[in-house]
Design a protein. Structure first.
Length: 172
């Protein structure tokens, strides 16, 4: 890592210590993990206005996001929560840290996950039991695409690891 010269000072200092000849050999910069975490958070946080509504987003890279995907049943009935929990298990089996949320309106659930930096959201809706597809949403672009449920764990893992981009999914 490169540290620009305006962030440190180099100086020579002569100190007489009677009876000992000392050559310093340890550099102790005051640079703890908290400063690095603060820098990541500072550069990742954004407030933007979307359709007249303020949106707070933590644009963490998917690989370091504490929650990598969120699973939302559109409604809390008709078997949608059960399908959502199965999808949650499928994602976990692929090594994806995922969270299930079935409380409140779907838009508010998206906003909550945007605020904590969750890069991808999966919505289980009434089309899911019919054809096995779910809606996958990207936090940064807010774009959505329908994908087959069986492909979802592999696809989200590829997105998290940077092998695939969401814009590639949007291409015909």
């Amino acid at each position: 890592m490169f540290v620009p010269p305006d962030l440190y000072e180099v100086r020579e200092e002569v100190v007489e210590v009677p009876g000992e000849d000392v050559t310093p050999h340890v550099i102790e910069p005051s640079y703890g993990i908290d400063r690095m975490i603060y820098a990541v958070l500072e550069h990742s946080y954004a407030e933007e206005v979307v359709k007249g509504e303020e949106r707070r987003v933590l644009h963490l890279p998917p690989r370091i996001a504490p929650i990598q995907a969120a699973v939302f049943p559109l409604m809390n009935r008709d078997g949608l929560p059960g399908i959502g929990r199965e999808i949650l298990e499928d994602l976990a089996s692929e090594g994806i840290v995922a969270e299930f949320d079935d409380s409140g309106a779907i838009g508010r659930r998206y906003r909550r996950q945007d605020e904590v930096g969750t890069p991808f959201a999966v919505t289980v809706d009434y089309q899911t039991p019919e054809d096995g597809t779910v809606t996958l949403r990207d936090r940064d672009s807010m774009e959505q695409v329908r994908v087959h449920r069986k492909d979802l764990p592999r696809l989200v893992a590829s997105l998290v690891r940077g092998r695939t981009t969401f814009s590639q999914l949007m291409a015909p």
